[in-house]
Design a protein around this ligand. Sequence first.
Ligand code: PEP
Length: 244
Amino acid sequence: MRQLIAGNWKMNGLQERAAAIAAPLRRGADGLGCDLLVCPPATLITTVAHILAGSEVAVGGQDCHARGEGAHTGDISAAMLRDAGARYVILGHSERRADHGESDEMVRAKTVAATAAGLTPIVCVGETEAQRLAGEQNAVVGGQLAGSLPEGFVGVVAYEPVWAIGTGRTPTEEDVAAMHGFIRGRLVALLGEGGAGLRILYGGSVKPSNAAALLGLPEVGGALVGGASLQAEDFLGIARAARA
Ligand code: PEP
């Protein structure tokens, strides 16, 4: 399967900047050997989807509510994301787990809602630095997978060690390969054959200079990119390092 390079813009960008990133992506995406996705803030999804319409680059959201509609001030449903032009949605990012107290149960309910609305969920898991230092990373990630993925899950899993996000630090290649192998085993145990073909992205300080090494590792099905996705040339540099 082609690798997926997904950009998470987080809470960055106004209309002008969105166009400045998306337009060069549209031009640069042709002929790449991977799939490309950008996840702008909800306010920019329509703009970015319009700029990227008919291109090789898909658009996604960064979160959705578990309910389809109703009295949830400030929230956005999966159907609203899809209506705005999104095809994917990031769920359970560590910043949402930390800033909004999102539990595995909440992530699971959002994943069900996203799937029902026709979005491909990208479910994020990953340990904190203290958990890794205590040797608890497999127990933590295994628990997050068991709690966050609904029965019959079809989508993408992103392994993002919390301590590597936005810090410029990455795990060793051995540690990334070991964790991705562990996640593959858990996916097959939880989902059966369906778990064998799901993409597992690595996320955490991916940049053009380390992308080839990380994307070349076994069971790495792509990358979830934060900071470097805000510069079209850096994001395309990572995409060019992807395995076909
Ligand atoms: C992220 O937040 O998903 C992420 C991977 O960020 P960064 O690439 O900036 O570490």
